[in-house]
Design a protein around this ligand. Structure first.
Ligand code: ADP
Ligand code: MG
Length: 581
């Protein structure tokens, strides 16, 4: 992809006439021309050779054990790099396995391209029962931002260009690209093929807010007595880190960060109101959303935690105009990209900006300090078996000492507690379950984080969550990645203590094999396995893993009775009105 302002490069050496190229090579050349150098996937018919050839052509091709994990890797690669992460799958079942991740990327507004091989159109459309027959294009379309099929080799260049632009422009999202088997082997003249490739110019153009919208938003913020900023992962994605910090600091407004926006400014920042979240949400009179949606994660901007109905005025920056008024009326909509909006706001603020009343900012500071002090002793406990606070207290120190490390996090209690206990210090270092709260992203996310950033990765996983992608520990070992997985093993989903209510011989629905040793899974593939029973042991093992960079899995033995139903979102479970013996 050529950034805005640069002309497409014309320097590749032109092939001689008479030479041939084919669909395989055109796909690879089109991706490379646009700066896409990594593919996540699972080989098989009809794309096995595509992976081989891509590797031969110098691309990084990371083969997984299941497409969903490869897809999750591509999704998070898109978030981390602002380039579409690419996932390559085989037809029908492989495609369907990858589709969950494509939908996940789209839901999270991350750029991703799922490229899948497919069966021949003639047979699929007549439903004649081809090998892995499925109308993949039709199935993908409602689950992503755009879906395209290519039938002729000379169209591959345009198709890849369209896929990249669709994934990156406006609100980013997932794109599906359908490549029937026959296309890959189609031969065309090499010179004609080279000429058909497209280097996309400025795929995510800056979108400037209207001056009147900027003035309106500043007017609202200037009048607020109790303003609050909410930073979302859209702001982290935008990579406008200096502007975000500059804006937050110049306004002096307290802010909270959505899960993956943590660390955009360090969680130790004096304006960070994370530890006073309830007070801030309830009492604020004006709330400014920056790349955050007022969806279920913010209880749609209503209900008890938001104070009296109608008590808030909203200002929102978002690249998607339809996001405005999605849940609450937005009095100050700023439609544009984060960087353009924040620079316009900073310009409009001038030098004489009045910071919010000290009464408000001090009330929040005091609440934060009180809550942090209350929590501190619980994080230092060395209980055996461990509880969540003791174990996470150890990991919290590790991230503090290694702020460059990437924290991957999924689970129920493991997720909820880690989110609030582990402070983040740098942007895009916390990668988790995203908008859907989906379990199973862990290993795909950890692998892509290591590949894309080269930084050590600490994956903090509930034992249930880990199970969805656990086989990828082999992938971690095969590529020798600096990933340390900590499985919070409390023997079950939410807790490990449920019993079968019927008294029958089957295990209860939410429990796993008691005393399981996940560490041995990593040992099976040549990595390091550790069984840790105390916070001290856990700290030692994680530090060793982070120093050595060797693939490591630590089975952290957590009290099976620790943990609550559905973590902090138990209220989303429906209640039965029937009580039967
Ligand atoms: P969180 O879960 O952290 O609240 P969401 O993913 O729900 O974050 O919201 C992110 C929002 O950011 C989406 O509405 C998306 O349209 C928006 N967004 C993504 N990239 C940009 C950008 N570059 N500029 C402005 N808004 C963006
Ligand atoms: Mg568990």
């Amino acid at each position: 992809m050529a950034p805005s302002g640069t002309a497409p490069s014309t320097e590749e050496t032109a092939p001689e006439t008479g030479q041939l190229t084919d669909g395989f090579h055109l796909v690879i050349d089109a991706l490379k021309l646009n700066g896409i150098t990594t593919i996540y996937g699972v080989p098989g018919i009809p794309i096995t050779d595509l992976g081989r050839m891509a590797q031969a052509e110098g691309m990084r091709v990371i083969s997984f054990r299941h497409e969903q994990n490869a897809g999750n890797a591509a999704a998070i690669a898109g978030y981390l790099t602002k380039r579409p992460g690419v996932c390559l799958t085989v037809s029908a079942p492989g495609f369907l396995n990858g589709l969950t991740a494509l939908a996940h990327a789209t839901t999270n507004c991350w750029p991703m391209i799922l490229i899948s091989g497919s069966s021949e159109r003639e047979v699929v459309d007549l439903q004649q029962g081809d090998y892995e027959e499925l109308d993949q294009l039709a199935i993908a379309r409602p689950l992503c931002k755009a879906a395209y099929r290519v039938l002729h080799a000379e169209d591959i260049g345009i198709a890849v260009a369209r896929a990249i632009r669709a994934a990156l422009s406006g609100r980013p999202g997932g794109v599906y690209l359908d490549l029937p088997a026959k296309l890959l082997g189609q031969a065309i003249d090499a010179a004609e093929g080279a000429a058909s490739l497209v280097e996309v110019v400025d795929p995510a153009p800056a979108q400037f807010p209207a001056p009147a919208a900027v003035r309106r938003a500043l007017d609202i913020l200037g009048k607020a007595r109790k303003p609050l900023i909410i930073l979302g992962k859209g702001a982290a994605y935008a990579q406008a880190d200096d502007l975000v910090r500059g804006f937050v600091e110049k306004t002096g407004i307290p802010y909270i960060a959505m899960s993956m926006a943590k660390g955009l400014l360090p969680d130790t920042h004096p304006q960070y109101a994370g530890a006073a979240r309830s007070l801030a949400l309830k009492e604020a009179d004006t709330v400014m959303l920056i790349g955050a949606r007022l969806n279920w994660l913010l209880s749609h901007g209503k209900g008890k935690q938001w104070g009296a109905p109608g008590s808030k005025t909203f200002v929102q920056i978002d690249i998607d105009p339809k996001e405005m008024d999605s849940n609450q009326p937005v009095a100050g909509p700023l439609v544009g990209d984060i960087a353009s909006c924040l620079s316009a706001l900073l310009d409009g603020m001038g030098d004489g900006w009045a910071r919010p009343p000290a009464e408000w900012t001090e009330a929040i500071r005091a609440k934060c300090e009180a809550n942090v002090a209350k929590m501190a002793p619980r994080l230092q406990n060395n209980n055996v078996p461990m509880d969540f606070h003791g174990a996470l207290g150890a990991l919290r120190t590790i991230i503090k000492e290694r702020p460059e490390a990437i924290l991957v996090n999924e689970g129920a209690n493991t997720l909820d507690f880690a989110r609030s206990i582990i402070d983040m210090y740098r942007p895009r270092k916390r990668l988790d379950v995203g908008t859907w709260g989906v379990m199973g992203v862990g290993m795909g996310t950890a692998i892509a984080a290591a590949i894309e950033t080269g930084q050590p990765v600490l994956a903090v996983e509930g034992d249930s969550a880990f199970g969805f992608s656990g086989m990828e520990v082999e992938t971690i070992c095969r590529y020798g990645l600096p990933v340390c997985v900590v499985v919070f093993n409390n023997g079950g989903i939410y807790r490990g203590t449920d019993v079968n209510p019927s008294g029958g011989p089957d295990a209860a629905t939410t429990v796993f094999v008691p005393g399981a040793r996940y560490d041995r899974m990593m040992e099976a593939f040549g990595g390091v396995g550790v069984n840790a029973t105390s916070p001290d042991e856990l700290r030692r093992a994680v530090n060793e893993a982070m120093d050595s960079g060797r693939p490591t899995l630590i089975n952290a033995v957590i009290d099976p009775a620790a943990g609550t139903e559905s973590g902090r979102i138990g209220n989303l479970n429906p209640q039965s009105v029937v009580s039967r013996k």
